[in-house]
Design a binder for this molecule. Sequence first.
Ligand SMILES: CC(C)=CCC/C(C)=C/CC/C(C)=C/COP(=O)(O)O
Length: 293
Amino acid sequence: MPSPRRSVEGRPLGASASSSSSSNSPGSPAHGGGCNRFEFQSLLSSRAPVADPTCARLRASESPVHRRGSFPLAAPGPSQGAPLPEEDRMDLNPSFLGIALRSLLAIDLWLSKKLGVCAGESSSWGSGRPLMKLLEISGHGIPWLLGTLYCLSRSDSWAGREVLMNLLFALLLDLLLVALIKGLVRRRRPAHNQMDMFFTLSVDKYSFPSGHATRAALVSRFILNHLVLAIPLRVLVVLWAFILGLSRVMLGRHNVTDVAFGLFLGYMQYSIVDYCWLSPHNVPVLFVLWNEP
Ligand SMILES: CC(C)=CCC/C(C)=C/CC/C(C)=C/COP(=O)(O)O
């Protein structure tokens, strides 16, 4: 009578774990991909080196997780009742972080789709689209850059110039960081978005993080720290940032997480600007362009 096939450590292998490639069982190469189908690997294989890496990988099919039916790739082998070390079982469990991230992404997509009520003319709040697009322009990089440059050219005080120079630096830093992260993450905009934004850069086909949200948070914090405003105006500035962020999701331009992270990033960017504050004392070269007003 044939004895069960054994791994190098003497434990029996499951039926589909046979290393003979002639089989047409699910785990066999003939069934598509061969041994590579077993994506998970036992901790044991890293502790006890084996001569043949194929064997190490095949040992995964012995795992209790595997046998419980989570991945029904292999039929139960003769090792069914044999107890395994605790660490073998833990390694095959999906990580908590992975599950949490996947759940967050699923909620994000679902919520963003639900909130995308102005994504098209025929959407449930399609008539609000022009207003959302007006908000979009209020947070666009071009008007902010041109506006700052214009004010800088008209400014007649050193203090005003210093603040405006730092605002310009903040806006450029924001464009750079957002372009960098968008290019690295490469998250596509939501499927329901109509790509009809004016004046975009090539990275703006990506959505993470929202450039409008970063700018809104950065500029708001900047204004609150450098302009003396009455309380109602201060509230308005904060509201503008949040409503602009929400409008990005309502227009279908972004998912909720793009905007949430954008607001956070913009807020943090202000801290960088504040830390590197440009003044005639630390970078005089930037200020020699002007004579004393
Ligand atoms: C100096 C320079 C490179 C200016 C470019 C300004 C510009 C075209 C910024 C793009 C603004 C924009 C459309 C960002 C996308 O915002 P999301 O909220 O859709 O990420």
